[in-house]
Write a protein that binds this ligand. Structure first.
Ligand SMILES: [Zn+2]
Length: 78
């Protein structure tokens, strides 16, 4: 008897996330569809969500810093 959670691994094969290294069933529940080899992205959904949130926050911080700099420059010139 095979545990139900192993069916997906057998059915789709295992794909190891390129970011966290966790072996997951290679299907669209765990990896986003992609045009690259295998038809799925190399990082799992959890890692992609995490990295996109981090890059969003990085962008936001950078933008804040730029605004601070911009405002400081304006204050000096005014
Ligand atoms: Zn991952």
């Amino acid at each position: 008897m095979i545990a139900p959670e192993h069916y997906e691994y057998l059915l789709f094969g295992t794909k190891t996330c390129g970011s966290c290294g966790t072996p997951l069933p290679a299907n669209r529940d765990f990896f986003q569809p992609s045009t690259c080899a295998g038809g799925l992205t190399s990082n799992c959904r959890a890692c992609r969500a995490k990295s996109s949130r981090e890059s969003y926050e990085r962008r936001r911080d950078k933008r804040r810093a730029q605004m601070r700099e911009y405002n400081a420059t304006r204050r000096v010139r005014a």
